[in-house]
Design a binder for this molecule. Structure first.
Ligand code: TXE
Length: 499
């Protein structure tokens, strides 16, 4: 069993390079057994004022450090994360509940992001382009925006933080980070790694607290020029509205209602594997989780039978026990939300083919467990097929043909991830074109994003920005256009072009 240090049990804010005590604290629970593992600050808005002031001063110096040197620091952070991978993974499972194999995968994602963004320190490409005038040079370059705010959820407490903070830091910004108070340990570990790696004080701040106090203070503070948010659609809308009032740039990633499409020519066993992994991994609490299976009528019965059979092998329990395939739900509120949707599904006339109940695991009676659940006879418009449940609950929807499958996939307010299982190359490319999500998988489930590609979605999933990939740099940089006239005379654009 992993043992926490005193610092980990008694978490402090990290403001201007100092570990700052806060008297008002909240308890942090292990979702596997309901036990208290740590205490986390419930900060006031004042903490953001302190962080933002020192961040503004530190950032001006940081922006002058050559980008390849800033990148070397990220390289060091990646190396340290690699050395500490196992402990980080165990801490992640302890606070979030996901099974240890997945926790290792998530930490690896952070390590990959560190090395990838370290590489960007020697790129951060701008463009040069011909001027319309003689003896004149034109170019564009990326500049840091200054101080940026990142607001992260509990379901990927380290990966999402690295998607946002690493591109921000390599681009020359200072970062103020409000992690979810459900999962503060990962924030503490990452901040300590940055500190040990030698990040100048004031470039990364961690302020724990509620969204309505700390999050709102970040949005309102003039010095914070960008907010990058991942979380629920409801909260994201509020964040965007508040940012709009301040004319503040905001990047939103707000989940999905992702579907796996299984066509009549699919490898059914492979599809079952893909559905199991993407629907029940992280107990269905992934923004890319498969929560709908859209299946061609010719293979609906076979798929349903094999899926139900395979679901019997999903052992649920403490994520630190590597025999378990599914860990707990994050907390009681998460469980209540899932239970509410089970009732909604039944009332709507869907058939509960498996699961549907809270689970009690021996010796972990106070943990928050839920049975892997399958609803069949689901129609596209039912609420269980439209709204994000965020639990191990899948809805099976039968369709008559390919066109209906695509239409069913697209008929939700979200647009994050989708997948199709088929052997037909023509359909693969038609699906790639017609599925209206930001991420499309072929012959794989709806999860498995790699850090060097853009992550995000269309419609209600976001507002056009992307995490990860080089595209993440667009969130944390401003473009500057520069003209150098070496003609020795005043040349007027659009007027002297004929001369
Ligand atoms: O999310 P919130 P919560 C969904 C999922 C889950 C539900 C609730 O359905 O059951 O949301 O989870 C901060 N101004 N997803 O409450 O509220 C908050 O403190 C500024 C799906 O954790 O969206 C946290 O740091 N910030 C999603 C972050 O926003 C505010 C992942 C996310 O919290 C704020 C997470 C405010 N007014 C939850 N209110 C996905 N699809 O991946 C809260 N926050």
């Amino acid at each position: 069993m992993i043992t926490l240090t005193n610092e980990e049990r008694n978490l402090k804010n990290f403001i201007n390079g100092e570990w700052t005590e806060v008297t008002n604290k909240e308890k942090v629970y292990n979702p596997a057994n309901g036990e208290v593992i740590a205490e986390v600050p419930n900060s006031s808005a004042e903490a953001i004022t302190q962080a933002a002031e020192s961040a503004g001063i530190a950032q001006r110096e940081w922006a002058l450090v050559p980008a390849p040197q800033r990148a070397e620091l990220l390289y060091k952070v990646g190396t340290m994360m690699k050395e500490r991978k196992e402990r980080l993974s165990q801490l992640l499972t302890l606070e979030n509940g996901k099974v240890i194999e997945e926790a290792r995968g998530e930490v690896q994602e952070g390590i990959d992001m560190a090395f990838y963004m370290a590489g960007e320190g020697r790129r951060l490409f701008g463009q040069t382009t011909p001027s319309e005038l003689k003896d004149k040079f034109a170019m564009s370059e990326r500049c840091p925006v200054g101080v940026v705010g990142i607001i992260t959820p509990w379901n990927f407490p380290i990966a999402i933080a690295t998607w946002k903070s690493f591109p921000a830091i390599v681009s020359g910004n200072a970062v103020i980070w409000k992690p979810s108070s459900e999962t503060p340990l990962m924030a503490n570990e990452l901040a300590r790694i940055f500190e040990e790696a030698g990040l100048p004080k004031g470039i990364l701040h961690v302020v724990y607290g509620s969204g309505t106090t700390v999050g709102q203070a970040m949005i309102e503070h003039d010095a914070i020029r960008v907010i990058s948010f991942t979380g629920s659609n409801e909260t994201g809308r509020k964040v965007a509205t508040e940012c709009g009032k301040q004319l503040k740039k905001v990047s939103l990633e707000m989940g999905g209602k992702n579907a796996v499409i299984v066509m009549e020519d699919a490898d059914i066993d492979l599809a079952v594997e893909g559905i199991l992994w993407s629907a029940f991994g992280t107990s269905g609490q992934r923004c890319t989780a498969c929560s709908r299976v859209i299946v061609h009528k010719a293979v609906r019965k076979t798929l349903e039978e094999r899926l139900l059979e395979a679901m019997k092998n999903l052992t649920t329990g403490d994520g630190l026990d590597s025999n378990n395939k599914i860990g707990p739900i994050i907390n009681q509120a998460g469980l209540d939300k899932i239970l509410k949707y089970i009732e909604i599904g039944k009332e709507e006339g869907a058939k509960l083919a498996a699961g549907g109940k809270q689970l009690t695991v021996e010796n972990y009676e106070k943990g928050f467990y839920f049975e892997p659940t399958l609803f069949t006879d689901v129609t596209i418009d039912m609420r269980i097929a439209q709204e994000e449940i965020f639990g191990p609950v899948v809805s099976l929807i039968e369709v008559n043909n390919f066109e209906e499958a695509i239409a069913a996939n697209n008929k939700v307010k979200y647009g994050l991830s989708s997948s199709i299982f088929t052997q037909d190359v023509n359909r693969v490319f038609q699906a790639q074109r017609d599925l209206d999500t930001g991420i499309v998988y072929v012959n794989a489930g709806t999860t498995g994003a790699e850090i060097h590609l853009p992550f995000g979605g269309t419609k209600g999933t976001g507002n056009g920005h992307r995490d990860s990939g080089v595209q993440a740099l667009d969130v944390f940089t401003e473009w500057k256009a520069v003209y150098v006239d070496y003609s020795g005379k005043l040349q007027r654009a659009q007027i002297d072009t004929d001369a």
